[in-house]
Write a protein that binds this ligand. Structure first.
Ligand SMILES: Cc1cc2nc3c(=O)[nH]c(=O)nc-3n(C[C@H](O)[C@H](O)[C@H](O)COP(=O)(O)OP(=O)(O)OC[C@H]3O[C@@H](n4cnc5c(N)ncnc54)[C@H](O)[C@@H]3O)c2cc1C
Length: 417
């Protein structure tokens, strides 16, 4: 595949862009693959890419029931950070941040990673204690995180209202400067192009409807809307639909699926320099390169597979945004949408072998898995290739819900975006 470069852009500009090739090929499925990945979101595509690049396994298909990147990967608010409390989480999320830093060069595709800083606001004594605990824990793990006074927070993000008469006054903030955003579509497209380039088959409009097992219990392949496709190993990377797929193999998952919503405003000139999150009022905001304010809300309180979500949830979020940033009270909102997120009891992911031979699962990223995309794909590929976990994902087993060895980011963070 042709590499992207300034010279290629100049050449194509001269000939009306007629020489650009398709970014990835769309082959007919083969009768059998060494590895089938179910789900062409960022995590599934990244897994396929690293299987090919780092483990030399190229007889791989990624099966997608809809279009590539059309799940949560294309629906999220793209916040990237690694300032999680526990050592295990810090390990996997910071592995991802390190890969984000060189990802555009690695994929030869501009994923627009922008380390503009993620600031998490404290509104009361409890928030201050929790966020300072994060700052100290992160520093012990070699991860940047610093404490700001309200005045320092306003200097970093001028639209922020730090009036102490607000209903939820800002009393401090934790800032991770290496945190930021990336362009979600570009991440999916970049991984797809690079994986396809190494021989991976990406098959869209191919829904998996069954997982076939041999009499000994090992997987043998998948039933799909395009017929049966054999596989020696299967990786389920289907986010909100993980439990549906794992049921097909007879594995019951400790997951609940909820709608999570986001919305964008009309585009305006650059006005918002960073990412701001408030767990207490439950809102988070950044500005996209197109100029839209990108605003994230909370999950619905009930489980559902509807990709919409309740109106009162985004109303509540906008109340909070208007109070924290009065400058935006007259902005018009353009679109809102939802995605189905898969939530574990401890709000930490599962990247593991399963009790079924040849079946692996990568799920439970809930409301916060976009940031982990490169790291998750990287260690999940290792797990599939070697049939054992990488040291980074070794703690994220399915078994922890039986042994009780939880990684309780739920209690630690309250929200995991
Ligand atoms: C509104 C919203 C905001 C969010 N904000 C953030 C954020 O700011 N930062 C952050 O880090 N994370 C965020 N997240 C979470 C993040 O989007 C997800 O954790 C991450 O994108 C999951 O990626 P994935 O590749 O595992 O899943 P997906 O991108 O959902 O990919 C799974 C794919 O599997 C496919 N699939 C399902 N069933 C089948 C089947 N039977 N056969 C074939 N294919 C199937 C789906 O169509 C889908 O394309 C947000 C999520 C939402 C919904």
């Amino acid at each position: 595949m042709r590499r992207y470069s300034v010279f290629a852009i100049a050449r194509e500009a001269m000939r009306g862009g007629k020489g650009w090739e398709q970014q990835w090929s769309s082959p007919e499925p083969k009768s059998e693959y060494d590895v089938i990945i179910i789900g062409a979101g960022g995590h599934g595509l990244a897994t396929a890419y690293y299987l090919a690049k780092e483990h030399g396994i190229t007889n791989v298909a990624v099966l997608e029931k809809g279009w590539l990147g059309g799940g949560n990967t294309g629906r999220n608010t793209t916040i990237i950070r690694s300032n999680y409390l526990y050592d295990e989480s810090a390990g996997i999320y910071d592995h991802a941040v390190k890969l984000w830093e060189g990802l555009s060069q690695d994929l030869n595709y501009n994923v627009m990673y922008s380390a503009r800083g993620v600031m998490m606001l404290a509104h009361n004594v409890h928030d201050v204690q929790v966020l300072k605990r994060h700052v100290h824990a992160n520093r012990l793990n070699g991860i940047d995180n610093e404490w700001l006074t309200p005045e320092e927070a306003k200097k970093y993000c001028p639209p922020l209202n730090i009036s102490q008469t607000a209903r939820y006054p800002v009393v401090g903030a934790a800032l991770q400067r290496r945190g930021g955003t990336a362009r979600h579509d570009a991440v999916a497209w970049g991984y797809a192009r690079a994986a396809s380039d190494r021989g991976v088959h990406i098959i869209q409009n191919c829904e998996v409807t069954g997982i076939r097992r041999s009499p000994t219990g090992a997987v043998t392949g998948v039933e799909t809307t395009q017929g049966f496709i054999g596989a020696k190993k299967i990786g389920v990377v289907a986010a909100g639909h993980t439990s549906v797929l794992m049921n097909m193999a007879g594995v019951r998952m400790p997951l609940e699926s909820y709608p999570l919503q986001a919305l964008v405003s009309e585009p305006v000139k650059p006005a918002f320099p960073c990412v701001v999150m408030s767990n207490t009022v439950h809102a988070y905001i950044s500005q996209s390169d197109k100029g839209e304010l990108v605003i994230g809300a909370g999950t619905d309180q009930y489980t559902s597979y509807s990709q919409t979500g309740g109106l009162h949830i985004i109303n509540h979020t906008l109340d909070a945004i208007c109070e924290m940033f009065p400058i935006f009270t007259r902005m018009k909102m353009m679109r809102s949408w939802g995605g189905i997120v898969d939530v574990t009891p401890d709000r930490s992911p599962i990247l593991a072998k399963t009790p079924v031979s040849g079946l692996y699962v990568n799920c439970g990223w809930g409301t916060g898995g976009f940031k982990a995309t490169p790291g998750s794909g990287n260690v999940f590929a290792y797990t599939i290739a070697r049939d054992e976990p990488h040291r980074i994902n070794a703690p994220f087993t399915l078994d922890r819900f039986r042994t009780g060895r939880l990684i309780d980011e739920a209690a630690a963070a309250a929200v995991a975006h």
